[in-house]
Design a protein around this ligand. Structure first.
Ligand code: NDP
Length: 286
């Protein structure tokens, strides 16, 4: 698939959002890696990726500051997502947190602002702040993260304007396939999949992933287990994986994962290695 044909999802408000993004958790934590991290995001943008996910929580603004450096001079190329911490999610706290994020990101507005997870603050209050931020042009739209099915039903009864629910989803965490993803798709809420690569490490050495990778190619050469894990998440049309790649090479491989079409036999083998849920499971979070 060519760089220009990255698929999109149409949100509830009729706008579109790219179907693959770039995560940023732990970026900015190690000054020695900062240059690579900035370059990785920039090369991701050059390759046609547009969506960058960050949060005020990540390094208390350090990740947002890496993103700010990476997007300087090219804000219009980027679909920018950040998140407010539940401990800041009262009305005034949300407004202040958003302004702080904008200053780290060196920009005037966010494309999407998420409540990181549900807090003791009434949802009405956080949504009130989101609406003020929208009116002032500081955010374009809002959504949530780590909301389970009942939370989403409650939220939609209060205000059916959440565009996205960002959730843990990968081959090793499939619980949301049982009902949450389907509920969100039915209501035109996109599922944004965090930790789609299982945070790297041992998962990417799984024998089934390795064996399937050997049967696929991308424009970069033989496919890798990480690309198979990503292609598997991408198979669901309402899901946007946001892998974090701190090196340009990983970023290019993730972009190229959109070229892979898994076969029925691949999917069956992955179901055997990582069984789908048979009953409702409480939402897993990291
Ligand atoms: P991921 O599943 O994205 O895994 C990241 C790890 O995979 C890193 O070690 C990275 O290495 C490695 N990696 C990336 N690309 C490749 C590749 N092509 N081949 C081999 N290894 C690769 O985990 P994250 O925890 O980062 O999750 C993704 C994003 O989701 C976060 O960065 C954050 O933006 C968001 N998130 C949201 C949460 C929420 O509560 N809403 C919770 C957790 C995450 P390297 O860095 O060296 O490239």
């Amino acid at each position: 698939m060519a760089a220009s044909t990255l698929p999109t999802i149409t949100l509830r408000d009729g706008t579109t959002i790219p179907r693959l993004g770039m995560g940023t958790w732990r970026m900015g934590d190690d000054p020695a890696r900062r240059k690579d991290e900035v370059r990785s995001l920039q090369e991701g943008l050059d390759s046609g990726l547009r969506l960058i996910d960050t949060a005020e929580m990540y390094g208390s603004g350090r990740s947002e500051s890496v993103v700010g450096e990476a997007i300087r001079g090219r804000r219009d190329d980027v679909y920018l997502v950040s998140k407010v911490l539940p401990s800041n999610a009262d009305y005034n706290g949300t407004i202040k947190a958003c302004k702080r994020s904008l200053s780290y990101l060196q920009t005037d507005s966010l494309d999407l602002y998420l409540l990181h997870w549900r807090s003791s603050t009434p949802l009405e209050e956080t949504i009130g702040a989101f609406e003020t931020l929208q009116k002032e042009g500081l955010i374009k739209r809002w959504g949530v993260s780590n909301f389970d099915t009942s939370d989403m039903n409650t939220l939609d009864r209060i205000n059916p304007q959440a565009m996205v629910n960002q959730i843990l989803y990968s081959l090793i965490y499939r619980g949301t396939e049982y009902d949450l993803q389907e509920r969100d798709a039915r209501h035109h809420v996109a599922s944004m999949a965090y930790c789609p690569l299982g945070q790297g490490g041992a998962f990417l050495k799984n024998a089934t992933l390795v064996q399937i990778a050997q049967q696929h190619e991308t424009s970069l050469g033989p496919a890798t287990p990480a690309q198979i894990a990503l292609a598997w998440v991408l198979r669901r049309p309402n899901v946007i994986p946001i892998p974090k790649a701190a090196t340009p090479q990983h970023q290019h491989y993730n972009r190229a994962a959109t070229e892979i079409q898994l076969t029925e036999a691949d999917l069956a083998a992955l179901d055997r290695a990582f069984p789908p849920p048979r009953h409702k499971e409480p939402l897993a979070v990291i």
